[in-house]
Structure formats: structure tokens, C-alpha cells
Write a protein that binds this ligand. Structure first.
Ligand code: GAR
Length: 200
């Protein structure tokens, strides 16, 4: 049976990529296969994870293109070359505009480390999200996996999970808890849900 071919876009450590690889190895993503890792920079540790697991990888740097259109056109070419059906943004820090997202309706998902619509949109990425949650003083945060459209963090929500904030949390401690208790669990589940839908 044909599987949905998945590209995972990364920029950093790639712990969410690792969660997907581990879930795939456990047989928890039967409808899809991670076919490609695309990194926004060659220092991303996620690239080492791809290599260790024999997953093809490519580095595409925004700064090597004069315009956003040229960058997005190149990424689309790479997707076509690898016959990619579905894209997972897993800590991907480069911006993909409407010219890109509209080419893959309901085929791009993103993991965000907060309960959307809180602490999301422009400027809310990585550790900043947890700093903002602690600064606001919310008692519960979490993670969201959602479809990606032209609105930053604005696409339809697929899965969400709440995580408690504890006294004395630092942004780093909270980030780790949100990853362990929410992101690494939700993302593989959401990827299987979408990969399955795309096969039907
Ligand atoms: C994750 O917490 C992810 O949710 C976040 O960046 C981190 C990447 O970690 N993404 C965003 O903030 C997107 N707005 P990882 O490289 O270890 O998966």
C-alpha cells in the first residue's frame, strides 16, 4: 500500500523530528513515511538525526535567494523532485508565504508550543513563546498542531494538549515540559491523522 510521502522542515535541534522518527519506528505512522528532511541552515542538529536514520536531507537557505518568490519556487521544486505529498514544520524558523502555503492546502502542518490562539503569530517562536506565557502568568499552556495557511499560526487546529505551569518554571524548564508532555506526543498522532486522510 502506498504511503503518504512526508517532508519534515527543521531549523534546530530537531527533537520533534526525532519524535516522528521514533513513532515511525514503532509503527505508529502506518499511513506515511518520512521521505525528506529540509533544513534552513547547515548547522541544524536535525540533519544529523536524518543521517543517522538514513533519511534524505537537503539544506535550503533563504539568504541564497534574491526574493521570497525565488526561494519558495526552489522549495517547491525540491518537493516535486522528492514526490512529497505532505509537509511537517517542526521548529522551522524560515517564513513561507502564501505563494507557498496555497500550493499545499491541508497538506502542511505545524507544531506550535502554546495553546493557540494564545501566544502565537508573529514573533512567537521557540523559547519566546514560553517567556511570554510565564510573563503573562497563565497557569496552563500546552501545544497545538494545526494546518498551515497564509495566516501565521492561523490554520485549522488538528490537535491540542494542555500542560501545567509550575511555580519556579523558567522558560527552558517549561519548554522541556511542553515538549515531553505535549509536542512529542501530539505531532506523530496528528501526522498519522493527516497522512491517512491524504491517502483516501
Ligand atoms: C519546538 O518547541 C516547536 O514547537 C517550536 O520550536 C521548537 C523546535 O524544537 N516551534 C515554534 O515555535 C514555531 N512557531 P525542535 O527543533 O527540538 O523540534
Amino acid at each position: 500500500m502506498l504511503k503518504t510521502r512526508i517532508a519534515v522542515f527543521v531549523s534546530g535541534g530537531g527533537t520533534n523530528l526525532q519524535a516522528l522518527i521514533d513513532a515511525q519506528l514503532r509503527g505508529e505512522i502506518p499511513s506515511g513515511e518520512i521521505a525528506l528532511v529540509l533544513a534552513s541552515n547547515d548547522g541544524a542538529y536535525a540533519l544529523t538525526r536524518a543521517e543517522q536514520n538514513n533519511i534524505a536531507s537537503v539544506v535550503v537557505k533563504r539568504k541564497n535567494f534574491d526574493t521570497q518568490d525565488a526561494y519558495e519556487a526552489h522549495v517547491k521544486e525540491v518537493m516535486a523532485e522528492h514526490n512529497i505529498d505532505m509537509i511537517v514544520l517542526a521548529g522551522f524558523m524560515s517564513i513561507l508565504g502564501e505563494g507557498f502555503t496555497s500550493a499545499y492546502p491541508k497538506r502542511i502542518v505545524n507544531v506550535h508550543p502554546a495553546l493557540i490562539p494564545s501566544f502565537c503569530g508573529k514573533g512567537f517562536y521557540g523559547l519566546h513563546v514560553h517567556e511570554a506565557a510565564l510573563e503573562y502568568g497563565v497557569k496552563v499552556t500546552g501545544a497545538t498542531v494545526h494546518y498551515v495557511n497564509e495566516i501565521p499560526d492561523g490554520g485549522e487546529i488538528i490537535l491540542q494538549k494542555a500542560v501545567e505551569i509550575l511555580d519556579g518554571d523558567t522558560p527552558e524548564v517549561l519548554q522541556k515540559r511542553v515538549m515531553e508532555e505535549a509536542e512529542w506526543i501530539l505531532l506523530p498522532k496528528a501526522v498519522e491523522l493527516v497522512a491517512k486522510k491524504l491517502k483516501q
